[in-house]
Design a protein around this ligand. Sequence first.
Ligand code: SF4
Length: 270
Amino acid sequence: MGASRQQSKLQEAKAELVSLLKVLSDKVDLERKLGVNYLQFDSVIKNTISYEENVISQLPTPEPVFDNVYNYNEVDKVEFSKSEKIAELNKLEEQVKRCTKCDLCKNRTNVVFGVGDPDADLMFVGEAPGYYEDEQGEPFVGKAGQLLTKIIESIGMKRGDVYIANILKCRPPENRNPNANEIVMCSPHLIRQIEIIRPKIICALGTFAAQTLLNSTESIGNLRGKFFEYQGAKFLATYHPAYLLRNPDDKKKVWADIKKVRDFLKENSS
Ligand code: SF4
């Protein structure tokens, strides 16, 4: 192998390493934002970061790996009026519609940003758009969506009273599970939605939303029905409506969970 070819291979390897380290660094940042307690692991993390900085400092300055990352840290965490929430969400939606941070942008028909009352006390978070959601650009519009609407109505609310969003804004091919890179790249959009809306309670629908937001590997069976705190809001997980369509016997567990949400909202109505 000639010297110039060797040099080029070395540059490629370095670029790949920088890319991997950037993903790792973003993941650590994201998990910190999600409230992961790294106290026990601080020395490991610090060593990882200093190793990363040390390696990167010896490399030639790379091209930005992600040149369209919206830096949510630059936005003040302020409480918005309803009209300001609408304006902020519209601004964010325009940014997300242009997002190409992961490969899911390549096959999407529509970005599925979120829908509902920007001033909602209750926010539902699902996993990712499916076929119909991708077609229509709205979350939860298929059969599972119809069931979610019934669940909302069962506690005396209308679909328009709540806000509904997913962890991922673009449809994974064949409705496969999202991968780690997609979650890291897309979660800041959801975090910003939550910061703007500031719901009193977030209800995670299904394993994936619950595990991602709680940064847990526990099963949904263990996580559901319990109150947690998330970004200043109460947080409760329950089964995904699509799961209920396949397992109707578990509807009574969702009814028990959603009653807790209803009661919490009643006790905390302003
Ligand atoms: S899934 Fe999220 S991160 Fe990936 S392209 Fe769509 S909006 Fe961007």
